[in-house]
Write a new protein. Structure first.
Length: 140
């Protein structure tokens, strides 16, 4: 047992010695420190000369099918938690019997297990309405 302790303490001492020599060799002059601690990126404000940086281009309006694929399909593709499945005409007929405005309002404010706007928090009311219409049209 005593020899095991000697081996472990020797290994620990060797580890500490290696670590202390590697950090001690790092340059400590002002330029080296400044280079190691400089920011990773820079903010470019519109109107400033930012070199080759460019602003991200707007992606433009999203189509109802794109919104459905990105934000609705996870639940409405398989009927998770009672979500009406795309293509299930009987279930969608029940929903639309209450009026399309009611279905759209439920999609905007949330209904049962569906959170407000589903999972598309950046969708406008018009985007939601178009996507609901897309689901209804593809469930006839």
């Amino acid at each position: 047992m005593k020899s095991l302790m000697n081996v472990l303490s020797s290994a620990m001492l060797a580890f500490v010695m290696v670590m202390s020599t590697s950090t001690a060799s790092a340059a400590m002059d002002e330029d080296s420190i400044r280079n190691r601690t400089m920011p990773v990126g820079k903010v470019c404000v519109e109107g400033d000369d930012c070199g080759s940086a460019s602003a991200a281009a707007a992606s433009g309006p999203k189509s109802a099918s794109d919104i459905f694929a990105a934000s609705c399909n996870a639940c409405h593709g398989s009927g998770v938690l009672g979500a009406p499945k795309l293509g299930d005409s009987a279930v969608w007929a029940e929903r639309t019997a209450k009026g399309i405005d009611t279905v759209v309002q439920n999609a905007i404010t949330g209904f049962n297990s569906m959170p407000p706007r589903g999972t598309c928090s950046d969708c406008s009311d018009d985007d939601i309405a178009a996507t609901v219409q897309y689901m209804i049209d593809n469930s006839k």
